[in-house]
Structure formats: structure tokens, C-alpha cells
Ligand binder design. Structure first.
Ligand SMILES: NC(=O)c1ccc[n+]([C@@H]2O[C@H](COP(=O)([O-])OP(=O)(O)OC[C@H]3O[C@@H](n4cnc5c(N)ncnc54)[C@H](OP(=O)(O)O)[C@@H]3O)[C@@H](O)[C@H]2O)c1
Length: 326
């Protein structure tokens, strides 16, 4: 009780120093929420515990593959989701498609197209600025946009490093930094804002090292994302924002077409997995929903592998075809 009143005093004092009436209102609301014991413990039925009603989310790379799976899950559960990727037409198309789906779910979700190229500082700044013009708060940032480059070890090009590390690591950091003020504004006592970084099981164990699709820069970038998640979760404490990481196994997407577009490739990927299949939309949407809803409010700084346990076994379905070099 003493702690509650101390916090209330702290928030009121903080509120008194806030310059704008908007901030005063938010601080007062946060204090009230903390005093209200019924809000201290969320109702435990799924429609409350996993709800995203009223939340604003930005999903980078939300127009395809894993990003679209995440955006679909968010919209179905009440969030307003900004879809950001380079191809404006596709962002528009996917936003319209998800709005239609949202009507069917009836939870108040929606999707908005926010095209942008996140491979440069200028591109990142443009997206963050546009978002700040459109929204006063951002509850959820999903750093999902990513790229890979495959080539045999001996031929692996230097240029791949910059392309892959820039998008997967450097600008993931830059976008998070630029969105931090908006995330901080959305955070409420007991309901922090959320950042989720999409790494890969390849960031936990480096298996894509053989054959023409060896992905040295990718594997390294994803290891960096796992590590950066911990650093960011410390840095975001003043913004009352959790930072977690998801490490997917094999999911159908543009990026995995080279593995899954043949029957043999699909079968091998499934056969190598303990659960004998590749990932599905519900696997990814469910994990992100957990991390970003009230259910995940106390989970911070962790990496969750969503791969059916594949990281505990063999490789991703590639044959180990090492040949002895002369
Ligand atoms: N699929 C898997 O099995 C798997 C496994 C482990 C990890 N992952 C990770 O999951 C994330 C999503 O991958 P995915 O498999 O869904 O790939 P994907 O189908 O290739 O989708 C990538 C998304 O990122 C966007 N994107 C690419 N470059 C961008 C840029 N410069 N600026 C803004 N957006 C950009 C793409 O749209 P535009 O091309 O229109 O920009 C697309 O929406 C990646 O970080 C990937 O490393 C995937």
C-alpha cells in the first residue's frame, strides 16, 4: 500500500512537471490504474488476457511472410496495425485485406499502409516521422523486416555483409531508437509498451554454412539481434518498454521459397523437425500475441524459439554436403 501511494505521489509529482496537458492526463491515468486493484490483475479469460484492443502497432515487413502472419494476429485481436515495407502497392493491398478480416473478427482491429525503406538512416527517419505525425502513442513495435544472402563460403561476397547487417541489425536499432519516445508515451504502469525483434533459430545455432545457400552474414546478423535484444531491453527501461526476441524456425515465405517450393524440400524441412512440420500462421501470431498482450507484460529480455524444438536437433533441412577441398 505504501509502495502504491509512493508511486502515486511520484507519478503526480512527475505529472506536475510535465509540460503538456496530454502528458499530465496520462500520468494521472497511470496513477489511477495502479491504485485500481481490479486493473492490477487482468481478467484471466483469453479475450482479456490476450487482447490488443486499443493498441497501436508497427510491424516492419508486415506485407509478407512472417510479418503478415504477425499483423493478421494483431488485427484479429483488436490492434490498429501499420504495415511497413518497401512496396507501397503491396502494403495498401495487405492493409485492405486485413481490414476486411478485422470486420469478420469484430474486435475493433484495423490495418494501415505505411510504406518505407528501412535499409537506410533516411528511410528509417521518414517512417518514424510519418508515424509520429499519425499517432501520439505506439504500443508495439515489431522489428521483423529482414534480408538474407546465400553463397558458398569461398564465394561469399563482401557486399552481402553491409546489406544484411544494415537492415537486420543496424536499422533495427535505429528504428527502435527513433520510436522510443512514442513507445514511452504508450506505456502504462502494469502495461509496458513492447518491442519484439524477429531473429532466427540461426541466431542461436549457426547451421546455414554449407552449399550455395550458406548465409554467413544472415546467421551473424541474427545472433546479433538476439544479443541486441538484451542490450535494448536494458536501454528501454526509462521508456517502460519491454524488448523481447522471437527466433523462428522454418516458416513459408518469400525468404524460404528456395527450400519449400519443391516437394522434396518441403518434405525434408518437415522430416527434420521434431513435430514433423514447418511453422504456421497461428504459431507465429500466437507467440507475438502473448508477448504483446497483458499475458506477456512481465516477460522482458528473452528470446523464444518458435521452431517446434528444431534448434535442439540437426539442421534446418539442408543436407550436410561438405566436400573435402583439395
Ligand atoms: N521464413 C522463415 O522461415 C524465417 C525463419 C527465421 C527467421 N525469419 C525472419 O523473419 C523475418 C521475416 O522474414 P520472412 O521469411 O517473412 O521474409 P519475406 O517473406 O522475404 O518478407 C520480408 C518482409 O520484409 C520487407 N522488407 C525487406 N526489405 C525491406 C526494407 N529494406 N525496408 C522495409 N521492408 C523490407 C519485405 O517487403 P518488401 O520487399 O516490399 O520491402 C517483406 O514484407 C526476417 O527478419 C527473417 O530473417 C524468417
Amino acid at each position: 500500500m505504501q509502495r502504491v501511494s509512493k508511486l502515486t505521489q511520484h507519478l503526480s509529482a512527475q505529472a506536475a512537471h510535465e509540460a503538456t496537458s496530454d502528458r499530465v492526463e496520462r500520468a494521472e491515468t497511470a496513477a489511477k490504474v495502479f491504485q485500481d486493484k481490479s486493473r492490477d490483475a487482468y481478467k484471466l479469460d483469453g479475450s482479456n488476457l490476450f487482447s490488443l484492443r486499443g493498441k497501436v502497432a508497427l510491424v516492419t515487413g508486415g506485407s509478407k511472410g512472417i510479418g503478415k502472419m504477425i499483423a493478421s494476429g494483431f488485427v484479429a485481436n483488436g490492434a490498429k496495425v501499420y504495415i511497413c515495407s518497401r512496396k507501397a502497392d503491396l502494403c495498401d493491398e495487405v492493409a485492405a485485406e486485413l481490414c476486411k478480416e478485422a470486420e469478420e473478427y469484430g474486435n475493433g482491429g484495423s490495418a494501415v499502409s505505411l510504406p518505407g525503406d528501412l535499409s537506410s538512416v533516411q528511410g528509417v527517419e521518414r517512417v518514424a516521422k510519418r508515424l509520429a505525425e499519425l499517432e501520439s502513442e505506439l504500443h508495439i513495435l515489431v522489428n521483423n523486416a529482414g534480408a538474407t544472402w546465400g553463397a558458398p563460403f569461398e564465394e561469399y561476397p563482401d557486399s552481402a555483409w553491409q546489406k544484411v547487417m544494415d537492415l537486420n541489425v543496424r536499422h533495427l536499432f535505429n528504428l527502435t531508437q527513433k520510436c522510443a519516445p512514442l513507445l514511452g508515451k504508450a506505456a502504462r504502469e502494469g502495461d509496458p509498451a513492447r518491442v519484439v525483434n524477429i531473429a532466427s533459430v540461426d541466431g542461436i545455432r549457426a547451421t546455414q554454412t554449407a552449399g550455395p545457400t550458406a548465409a554467413f552474414a544472415y546467421t551473424t546478423s541474427k545472433g546479433a539481434v538476439v544479443h541486441l535484444t538484451k542490450a535494448l531491453s536494458r536501454a528501454m527501461v526509462p521508456y517502460y518498454t519491454t524488448v523481447n526476441c522471437v527466433a523462428p524456425g522454418v516458416f513459408p515465405s518469400q525468404m524460404t521459397k528456395f527450400m519449400l517450393n519443391s516437394e522434396a524440400g518441403s518434405e525434408a524441412s518437415a522430416a527434420n523437425n521434431p513435430l514433423k512440420r514447418v511453422g504456421r500462421t497461428a504459431d507465429m501470431a500466437g507467440t507475438l500475441l502473448y508477448l504483446c498482450s497483458p499475458a506477456g507484460a512481465y516477460t522482458n529480455g528473452v528470446t523464444i524459439a518458435v521452431d517446434g524444438g528444431g534448434h535442439l536437433f540437426g539442421d534446418l533441412g539442408f543436407k550436410l554436403d561438405y566436400e573435402k577441398k583439395k
